[in-house]
Ligand binder design. Structure first.
Ligand SMILES: [Zn+2]
Length: 254
């Protein structure tokens, strides 16, 4: 049976590990140590590494894992990232036969220019593109690119589970409440998330339906959010890219 395990790393990263009784694949192993420990403890063989983007807290463990398990690494080929063996882009498919899984590669430019997500079996591994109630900073892409990436996520089925790479939920809810203080779904999610964190549990994966109700970066077509962001920006905004960009700028100053 397939299970998906969050392996905490660094301050607030999750390395997502997909496993059955004998095999495992990891998404964004920024640190090899906790992955190697888990594989040894559970007596699993690693079969693949998937990277959503090139940042070190997502790829830093590649080399050490490869030394123990010479497996394919799916990701973006950049000069500084020599551990990637299979370059991927939107439209490609990643097959993990030992786990009986295959994922479509979706292009999510914005946080980085070549960020991708892995979508399949009702799951989206979205790296630093989307967090619960937040989204990644625009280090390389434009607001228009990131808005298009958000629209790609919005087009997925509502019950899609979103496996983000960081536990930023409560911090993001703080900002989301500033934007939409009367959003009942947001206040309810805050209580649930507080309960989970008090027990030391992750707030992820989240679901797309939940994020549609609570995540300001997916709500650029909601009249209430548009009003709030327009007031904060001091000018009327309407088109999705302008609303998204102003929301992101507000968050960056928050
Ligand atoms: Zn990143």
């Amino acid at each position: 049976m397939l299970t998906v395990i969050p392996i905490p790393a660094f301050e607030d990263n999750y390395i997502w590990l997909l496993r059955n009784e004998r095999h495992a694949a990891v998404v964004d192993p920024g640190d090899a140590g906790p992955v190697l420990d888990y594989l040894a403890r559970e007596n699993l063989a690693l079969t693949a590494i998937l990277n959503t983007h090139h940042h070190g807290d997502h790829t830093g463990g590649n080399a050490e894992l490869l030394a123990a398990y010479p497996v394919p690494v799916y990701g973006q080929q950049r000069p500084a990232l020599t551990s990637v063996s299979i370059a991927i882009a939107e439209g490609n498919r990643v097959a993990l036969p030992e786990l009986g899984l295959s994922f479509d590669v979706l292009g999510f430019p914005g946080h980085t220019s070549d960020h991708v997500g892995f979508y399949g079996h009702g799951m989206l591994f979205c790296g630093d593109t989307l967090f619960s109630c937040g989204c990644g900073k625009l280090f390389e892409g434009t607001p228009a690119q990131m808005t298009a990436s958000m629209q790609k996520i919005l087009a997925l089925p509502d019950d899609t589970l979103l496996y983000s790479a960081h536990e930023y939920t409560l911090e993001n809810i703080g900002f989301a409440k500033r934007v939409e203080p009367d959003n009942e779904a947001l206040l309810q999610w805050e209580q649930e998330a507080l309960g989970l964190r008090e027990k030391g549990l992750p707030t992820l994966p989240t679901s797309l339906s939940q994020e549609k109700r609570t995540n300001p970066f997916l709500r650029f077509s909601e009249p209430g959010l548009i009003d709030a962001v327009s007031r904060h920006a001091g000018r009327p905004l309407s088109d999705p890219v302008a609303v998204f960009a102003a929301t992101r700028a507000w968050r960056d100053q928050y």
